[in-house]
Ligand binder design. Structure first.
Ligand SMILES: [Zn+2]
Ligand SMILES: [Zn+2]
Length: 389
């Protein structure tokens, strides 16, 4: 059976089934690394559809594998499954039943639509040359899940990877595609300042970390404006600054923390040293000491041209509207898979009014079967394309 004939026959039934799964997930959101019930539900649904599971010994998360009848490459489709510590305010009849927890990033949509893709692929397994793995990844929001599943061996033998994020700004039936960087690298920094505390009225006997901290915050702004090429994009945000605890005592230390985002490897590689130089020397200028702790987190989501081309051809053949994806400085641990194999991460139009992580975040469920059919066909075409190489 071909995909288009399966779809013609089953489209309405599949859509109804995916809506019910998505709502079940939406009512029971679980935080990153705690997706135990979600994992159990996914396993049950896949097993009911006759889709084989590949055991990874993960605490949470699921890997399914559809084995084609003929040898060939292995293509990975990826969904994420975790929710957020957000109190839902949508008023939907299927709103979260767990106080302070919400699927506010739409990972319930990602999970249900990839189960749909798996179901469609399983029905044509006898025509496939190669295998399709479908990964339901835990802990995307904490940027730790991809690392865990890679360490567990989920990518062993994989030739290419495809994934998506729902996109409220794009209407249903629209797909956003872009070659190269789509989401930024994410790194974290902590700066510790050591001065000399004392009496607020006798500043000459102190080295004031309040003044040093504010000078460092100001100087950090020049990392983007003076150290990064105008052809590259970067963001340096100081998000926490703690110094002092009273009105008449100059404190002896301070601490700040923030994040750096870039699209280009070169910019990301240079920024830690540039930041260290600014931090240490600005502090020295005041007679203080400062140290930088840099924590590498995620590279940029970087789309492979051939994988994007393939996704675009499939989307157009399915009469979907293809638009140029607008990049975001948000991060995604899908980037770690793209460090290992070529892949494409795309925006799936879900036509909502609120942005990701908003307590009133909603999406249009009509995109569920559309997304399922798109990713099933992307996998079929990818088996052909990567098999020929
Ligand atoms: Zn999110
Ligand atoms: Zn998300």
């Amino acid at each position: 059976m071909t995909l288009s004939s399966i779809l013609q026959e089953q489209s309405a039934a599949l859509q109804e089934q995916l809506v019910s799964m998505r709502r079940e997930l939406h009512r029971h959101p679980e935080l990153s690394g705690e997706e135990h019930e979600t994992t159990a539900r996914i396993r049950t649904w896949l097993t009911e559809s006759g889709i084989p599971l590949r055991e990874l010994n993960l605490a949470t998360g699921v890997l399914a594998e559809i084995k084609g009848s003929q040898p060939g490459p292995t293509i990975l489709l990826r969904a994420d499954i975790d929710a957020l510590p957000v109190r839902e305010e949508t008023g939907l009849p299927f709103a979260s039943q767990i106080p302070g927890r919400m699927h506010a990033c739409g990972h319930d949509f990602h999970t249900a639509s990839m189960i749909g893709a798996a179901t469609l692929l399983q029905q044509q397994a006898d025509t496939l040359h190669g295998n399709v793995r479908i990964l339901f990844q835990p802990a995307e929001e904490t940027a730790s899940g991809a690392k865990t599943v890679i360490a567990a061996g989920a990518l062993e033998g994989v030739t290419a990877v495809f994934g998506m994020h729902n996109k409220p700004e794009l209407p249903v039936g629209t797909v956003g595609l872009k070659t190269g960087p789509l989401m930024a690298s994410v790194d974290r920094f902590i700066i510790r300042i050591k001065g000399i505390g004392g009496h607020a009225g006798i500043p000459e006997a102190t080295v004031d970390p309040v003044v040093v901290s504010s000078a460092i915050v100001s100087a950090l702004q020049t990392l983007v404006s003076r150290n990064t090429s105008p052809h590259h994009a970067a963001v340096v945000s100081v998000c926490r600054l703690q110094v002092g605890s009273s009105w008449n005592v100059i404190p002896d230390s301070g601490e700040m923390e923030g994040t750096v985002r870039t699209f280009q490897r070169e910019a990301r590689a240079n920024l830690p040293e540039q930041m260290r130089r600014v931090v240490e020397n600005v502090a020295a200028g005041f007679g203080a000491e400062a140290e930088l702790e840099w924590i590498d987190m995620l590279p940029a989501v970087n789309n492979d041209p051939a994988a994007i081309e393939l996704a675009g051809q499939v989307a157009r053949a399915q009469q979907l509207q293809v638009v140029e994806a607008v990049p975001t400085m948000g991060g995604e641990d899908f980037a770690l898979y793209q460090e290992m194999v070529p892949g494409a991460f795309l925006w799936m139009g879900t036509g909502g009014t609120e942005q990701w992580h908003h307590p009133k975040f909603t999406l249009n469920e009509d995109a569920l079967a559309i997304s399922a059919a798109l990713f099933a066909e992307i996998a079929v075409e990818a088996l052909k394309a990567y098999g020929d190489r």
